[in-house]
Design a protein around this ligand. Structure first.
Ligand SMILES: [Zn+2]
Ligand SMILES: [Zn+2]
Length: 445
């Protein structure tokens, strides 16, 4: 959808608050708003949120913020500049926050300061990729790049902070804005949770840029959205010796070869071919030093993914059984490690149906009902799933594809870029979600 038309549409139907009321909201302003809007409070507030997101100065600021972060990408737990920028902007808005949380994370709160609490989340880290996009705001750090849109995620959530802060006196609860580190390592969310960011939170929401869908659309699905992801490594040990005397050795190469084949059989032979939604890939095999020496041990490593928690856990269990079983059958031993320390096992991303429905309602008010799309389930993973293990929530993709803007490359590509017109849309969806979810919780109690 053309953004100019979008903002025009919403500014025509927007709730008109006086400038004084907007910039320094007082309880009396809220009373006036309530009196005039008793029957349409939610949609009028949503219109106002949209209007605030599309103020030209706000759009300029959203782009400037994103470009600043884009030029100085920082990897997991190194988000020093990004974190500082976030705090600087929050200070400027007069929003209070907690820092440091999980090393570089920032957690801001806006609203009444009392329950209900509803959380919004953005991730801050970049990737070890050399940017190949030639543009004025290209990464200034060699070998590092925001190739997953996390620069846009931060900018959109700061945009939501600005909007919610304007409307804070209309909030009967509190929005918790989570800026987390280390999503790409799959660790940040878990660390933030350990430090208590979900305390008393009733629902959580997040947006991810989506290169598959055009700007002005939103895509997601209830239930299983993204796969759970785990890694494994096994050292299969036997007894080394001369290739001419295999009977004096215990051959770990034979055991490893049988193990690799048996691992492939789990998905192909044990799951419904029409509905498997699982994958096991052995991606590394290493052993031996010469053509005529049976080695002492062989290392194999790989990854596994599945959609439901049940199938994910079952798959993990079968991998364990197959590796130890095949090693034993071939008179070897297997030392198995799921590598949690380096590649945390990420659970499947499961969108709570009720929260998803709410997110879709809110988004359709912003992008139009016809621009809400159903996303297919994907084999990628998101550490947002850790939050969803604790509280109901939903992840939505916000479309950024625009051939003219060159934003049609997949995430993690050195050519990845976004259409910056997504920024006010994302800011408005975030703010609208928190505001209206809080309002609904209040009305339902
Ligand atoms: Zn990524
Ligand atoms: Zn990402």
């Amino acid at each position: 959808m053309d953004l100019f038309q979008l903002s025009l549409f919403f500014s025509i139907s927007a709730l008109t608050l006086s400038t004084t009321c907007r910039s320094t909201p007082q309880p009396s302003c809220y009373d006036d708003v309530q009196k005039g809007l008793s029957s349409h409070l939610n949609s009028s507030i949503a219109d106002e949120i949209n209007r605030l997101a599309n103020i030209p100065e706000t759009i300029t600021w959203l782009k400037k913020t994103r470009r600043e972060i884009h030029q100085y990408p920082e990897l997991a737990y190194e988000e020093i500049k990004t974190s500082k920028l976030i705090r600087h902007e929050l200070d400027h808005m007069g929003v209070s926050y907690k820092w440091p949380v999980a090393h570089t994370g920032v957690v801001a709160t806006i609203g009444s300061g009392s329950p209900p609490f509803v959380a919004l989340r953005a991730d801050m880290d970049a990737l070890p990729i050399q940017e190949m996009v030639e543009w004025d705001y290209k990464s200034k750090v060699d070998g590092k790049m925001h190739a997953c849109g996390h620069d846009a995620h931060v900018s959109m959530l700061l945009g939501a902070a600005k909007i919610l802060q304007e409307l804070r006196n209309t909030m009967q609860g509190t929005a918790v804005l989570i800026f987390q580190p280390a999503e790409e390592r799959g660790e940040g969310a878990q660390k933030m949770i350990e430090e208590g960011v979900l305390e008393n939170v009733e629902a959580i929401f997040s947006l991810h840029t989506g290169y598959r869908w055009p700007t002005g659309t939103v895509a997601s699905r209830p239930g299983e959205l993204l796969a759970g992801c785990g890694a494994f490594q096994a050292i299969i040990s036997g007894k080394g010796g001369h290739a001419a005397l295999p009977h004096d050795s215990i051959d770990p190469i034979l055991a490893a070869a049988a193990t690799v084949i048996s691992l492939q059989n789990i998905v192909s032979r044990e799951t419904d071919p029409l509905d498997s939604q699982q994958v096991v890939s052995v991606c590394k095999i290493h052993g031996g030093s010469a053509f005529n020496i049976i080695p002492e041990s062989v290392t194999i490593a790989g990854t596994f993914r599945a959609f439901t928690k049940k199938s994910f856990n079952a798959l993990k269990h079968r991998i364990q059984e197959v590796i130890t079983g095949q090693a034993a059958v071939h008179r070897c031993t297997a030392e198995l490690d799921f590598l949690e320390e380096y590649h945390p096992t990420i659970p499947p991303t499961f969108n709570d149906e009720r929260v998803y429905e709410h997110a879709v309602r809110v988004s359709s008010h912003i992008v139009g009902k016809e621009n809400i799309l159903t996303a297919p389930s994907g084999m990628g993973s998101e550490d947002f799933a850790f939050y969803l293990d604790h509280v109901p929530g939903s992840l939505l993709f916000v479309g950024t594809r625009n051939e003219k803007a060159g934003s049609h490359y997949p995430a993690h590509s050195p050519y990845y870029s976004i259409d910056e017109n997504v920024l006010p849309i994302g800011a408005a969806i975030h703010a609208s979600f928190a505001h209206s979810y809080i309002q609904n919780l209040i009305s339902n109690n």
